[in-house]
Write a protein that binds this ligand. Structure first.
Ligand SMILES: Nc1ncnc2c1ncn2[C@@H]1O[C@H](COP(=O)(O)OP(=O)(O)OP(=O)(O)O)[C@@H](O)[C@H]1O
Length: 683
């Protein structure tokens, strides 16, 4: 590949001078194309040595910037092929403008081999373990890492590779099969019971992934798996220590509810000693204020025999690293999640990377023979129909659930989500035209369109025809059910607040962008204005009754996490009189009341980004796309937005082309995690 790039380079690359480098980097930072953090890192690197070529420092700035965009490393070859894409140029709102000092001007005629040479020649760069702050892997594709990311990737791959190295599926014994028979009915002829298969495979492995779209039974399956393993352990005289966690408080609270439901429907005698309390990953690992290190680590592992993590698509590489470090070697790890959802906010796409081929199965002869007695159907025949065979270690540990019990064949949301996932524009259009009881499409010309106003107030057409409300439902409930006496600690005020928190989840506006009139910032202002004009709230100050807020940073002193959502309510005080307090739901079902002045970093959340909505579900979800092209518009973003809806979904798109472009664009995050894991498992 290096030669190929050299071949296409037509003009000579003029070496970059130090002076020009700093001019350009400062310009990039002023423009917001790179972060202040990226520039500070490069300045720090430049001070460590005087042998760093400007082209190396440029690569370091881009690697740091790419990390901020979720990439674990800088793919040097891809960067040379499209240098401006590495800085997401053109920026939001600047489409078509002439932009000076773009990366393509600096890297235009540089060949890969020249760049590699200049990077590798510095003491700042190593090709593997050591203390140099950068790591260069010159293979194909050549990658430049900041050292910490390289260490995370290597150590996660080693830990998972070690867990994948064994596949004792032949040990599936008569006791397990008898329990599977109690937990599952026999599958229909010629079908595969993927849930049963997942249970059988995960019952013998130390690492398993159960992936599937919304309502495919991930929770149901894992609860049956816990029942199977715990009843086995109890009959051996030693209960398993089981821990359940999810990346966010919201996801943990949702899973607590669905696990409790699933445990109560287990066959008699099989629900014993199965916990239903789900904690956040941060709490599970023991987060420490202002530190990226956790209380539980390799020296102080978790007290657990089995750890289940839900919403695993939200786990970034660093968190996966911390989790694997804290996991005792003998403990089982089970990840649940939807591989097609957006990747984590922070860097990495761990679940997506691991599940790249999950749809095809790819089970080996040993796995097929081992599970043939599990009663899940003829997996060998199913796989033969796909023409797939395999002995790739990762595939033996993954099961994809394929049938949605929530969004079945006749569900509009299911039809639409499947169409988006397949990139099938026809199916997407057909979904909107055929399923008008659950789906609506709005194509407003401006952000002031009356139809948008109606959507926000009362749910638009879905509100009029099918009872899918907008924000007026929550705000009317606030006034109509307000208790008339007592104090905010009284049960009556607590249940009022609980009801309002629940009502607020019935409708939500999700945005692809943060900035601009079609982003979170503009739409929050617009929604406040619409609701104020309708007399539903008085948004004349920062804090007003009815304001929904989201924390934008962890607040360890208050025990609240980034992403937690609360409502600002006017409540009677202990000492008499009334005051505004913000009420937050906690994972254990209790409420936390906080004075607004104690909240450091919050933002209004009538509109929120799709990223922040992961792990949540709203009865009526509205997804707003911007009119202009933007690299954040991807298939995964649209799918994640749609699948936040439990009953109704409205898509707002000022320009149809954005939807088509997004559906055709897949998220790609540079990393070598998958190939490293496979190499490590085969060693
Ligand atoms: N095999 C099954 N047969 C009938 N109903 C099922 C089956 N599996 C799951 N369900 C039902 O489907 C619904 C969704 O199941 P579950 O909550 O386990 O799915 P999930 O994949 O965890 O969903 P999500 O992650 O989207 O919340 C539940 O009401 C559950 O009882």
């Amino acid at each position: 590949m290096a030669e190929q790039h050299d071949f296409f380079a037509t003009a000579e690359h003029r070496p970059l001078s130090g002076e020009r480098l700093w001019q350009v980097l400062e310009h990039w930072q002023r423009q917001g194309w790179i972060r202040a953090l990226d520039l500070a890192l490069v300045r720090m690197l430049a001070q460590l040595t005087d042998d760093a070529e400007p082209e190396l420092l440029l690569a370091a700035a881009m690697a740091s910037h790419q990390l901020g965009r979720g990439h674990i490393c800088l793919d040097l070859e891809a960067t040379l092929a499209d240098p401006d894409a590495a800085l997401s140029l053109p920026p939001e709102g600047a489409f078509g403008e002439q932009l000076p000092d773009k990366p393509s001007e600096l890297l235009g005629n540089l060949t890969l081999s020249q760049w590699l040479e200049r990077i590798a020649s510095s003491a700042l760069v190593a090709s593997g373990p050591g203390s140099a702050p950068l790591v260069l892997e010159p293979g194909a594709p050549a990658r430049l890492y900041l050292r910490r990311q390289w260490v995370y990737e290597v150590e996660v791959a080693e830990a998972l590779g070690e867990r994948l190295a064994t596949n004792p599926v032949e040990s599936l014994g008569a006791g397990t099969i008898e329990r599977l028979d109690r937990l599952f009915t026999a599958p229909a002829v010629d079908t595969i019971d993927w849930q049963r298969l997942a249970c059988a495979l995960a019952s013998v492995n130390r690492f398993s992934i159960i992936t599937g779209g919304p309502g495919t039974g991930k929770t149901t399956t894992v609860v049956r798996l816990l029942a199977l393993l715990q009843s086995q352990a109890l009959s051996d005289g030693r209960a398993l220590r089981i821990r359940l966690a999810a990346p966010t408080g919201k996801a943990a609270a949702r899973l607590t509810e669905s696990i409790s439901r699933a445990v109560s429907s287990l066959p008699d005698g099989m629900g014993e000693a199965i916990p239903t309390e789900v904690t956040t990953l941060h709490r599970l690992l023991g987060s420490r204020p202002d530190s990226r290190h956790f209380r539980h680590n390799a020296d102080n592992p978790l007290h657990a025999d089995l750890v289940v993590i839900d919403e695993a698509s939200m786990i970034d590489l660093e968190m996966m690293h911390s989790l694997l470090k804290a996991l005792p070697p003998s403990a089982r790890l089970i990840l649940l999640g939807d591989k097609d959802q957006l990747a984590s906010v922070e860097a990495g796409a761990v679940l997506g990377d691991l599940c790249l081929d999950a749809e095809q199965g790819g089970y080996s002869a040993a796995t097929l023979s081992g599970v043939s007695k599990a009663g899940a159907g003829d997996l060998a025949l199913w796989q033969a129909q796909w023409g797939v065979s395999g002995d790739q270690p990762l595939a033996q540990h993954i099961v994809m659930l394929r049938h949605s019990h929530r969004f079945g064949e006749h569900s509009g949301i299911g039809h639409l989500a499947r169409g988006v996932n397949r990139g099938d524009i026809k199916q997407v259009e057909q979904a909107f035209s055929s399923y008008d009881a659950s789906l609506a499409l709005l194509e407003p010309r401006t952000d002031q369109a009356p139809a948008l106003r109606e959507l926000v107030l009362s749910g638009g057409r879905l509100g009029r025809e099918h009872g899918a409300e907008g924000y007026s439902g929550y705000l009317r409930q606030l006034e109509a059910t307000r208790p008339d006496s007592g104090n905010f600690r009284d049960d009556i005020w607590q249940s009022w607040a609980t009801g309002l928190l629940e009502a607020f989840t019935r409708f939500r506006v999700l945005c692809a962008l943060r900035k601009g009139p079609w982003g979170v910032e503009g739409l929050n202002q617009r929604i406040e204005q619409v609701l104020s004009e309708a007399g539903l709230l008085k948004a004349d100050q920062l804090w007003y009754e009815g304001r929904p807020v989201m924390l934008t940073r962890n607040d360890y002193a208050l025990g609240l996490m980034n992403g937690d959502i609360g409502l600002c309510l006017r409540v009677p005080q202990d000492e008499g009189g009334e005051a505004l307090r913000v009420v937050f739901p906690l994972a254990d079902g209790s409420l936390k009341w906080v004075l607004p002045s104690r909240l450091q970093s919050t933002e209004t959340v009538f509109a929120m980004t799709v990223h922040k909505s992961q792990g949540s579900e709203f009865a009526h979800t509205t997804l707003v796309l911007p009119p202009g092209p933007n690299p954040v518009l991807t298939r995964e973003l649209i799918y994640t937005g749609i699948t936040r809806a439990s009953d109704w979904f409205t898509l707002v798109m000022p320009a149809r082309a954005r939807l088509y472009e997004a559906i055709g664009t897949r998220v790609h995050r540079a990393s070598a995690l998958r190939s490293r894991i496979l190499a490590s498992a085969q060693q």
